[in-house]
Design a protein around this ligand. Structure first.
Ligand SMILES: C[S@@+](CC[C@H](N)C(=O)[O-])C[C@H]1O[C@@H](n2cnc3c(N)ncnc32)[C@H](O)[C@@H]1O
Length: 214
């Protein structure tokens, strides 16, 4: 499998995000935080420059967090971002490809995937979601924040154009394997997840979902 590389993009990531979407992606990332105060063991997949991680640390004292990313530069940015927080020692950064990493079984109360699953093809998602499901305790939570294709014709056309441009950009600059947005809903249901809550942002172009493992 081809490996993506966000290292060169890492220093520009926040800037590009802000000029493209303002603060909407961050609103989407943190929209389920109120539901997460009691989580103990947390796994964040592909957290990038750590904006969700920082918000999570500010909202909880008790969580032990593992944050895994394939990009060393992204991990450095995330580490710098949280280093002055009193509970930053609760975070372990793991520099690895999620597909090479041995997910522990039934360990986590929460797994977070914000703007991460969109990097992968459907067969890759099939593999990954199975591992994520096995790594969660029963009743464990999964946050899925990502782009969304709305139903109405106008929004759907506009969104498809936007996504086409974004995938072209990311395939050129980061070599992600996906060339279109895959909907993980049926895979999540197959892996015994139940949708608990969902919120939409930016005219439904962004969505945040909270799933519970049955
Ligand atoms: C589109 S960025 C999203 C970053 C962040 N989650 C956010 O909300 O902005 C995708 C992130 O996933 C990481 N990533 C991509 N493929 C990966 C893989 N196979 N294993 C681990 N991390 C990966 C990238 O390095 C990058 O930091």
């Amino acid at each position: 499998m081809k490996k993506s590389c966000f290292d060169k993009l890492a220093p520009w990531y926040h800037f590009l995000e802000t000029i493209s979407f303002g603060n909407q992606l961050q609103q989407c990332r943190i929209s389920q935080l109120a539901e997460l105060s009691a989580v103990k063991n947390v796994l964040i997949l592909g957290d990038g420059n750590g904006r969700f991680l920082e918000s999570l640390l500010k909202s909880t004292d008790n969580s032990e967090i593992e944050s895994i990313d394939i990009s060393r530069n992204m991990i450095e940015l995330a580490n710098t971002r949280i280093t002055s927080l009193p509970n930053s020692s609760k975070v372990i950064f793991i520099h690895s490809d999620v597909f090479d990493w041995d997910f522990p079984k039934f360990k986590y109360d929460l797994v977070v995937t914000n703007f991460f699953l969109d990097c992968f093809t459907y067969p890759e998602l099939t593999n990954l979601i199975k591992k994520v499901s096995l790594s969660l305790k029963p009743e464990g939570k999964l946050i899925y924040g990502d782009f969304n294709v709305p139903n109405s014709f106008c929004k759907k056309t506009l969104t498809s154009l936007l996504l086409f441009g974004m995938y072209l950009f990311f395939r050129i600059f980061t070599r992600i394997s996906a060339n279109s947005l895959q909907d993980p809903t049926s895979l999540l249901i197959e892996n015994k997840f139940i949708l608990k809550n969902e919120k939409y942002y930016l005219c439904s172009f962004l969505k945040s979902q909270l799933w519970i493992k049955n």
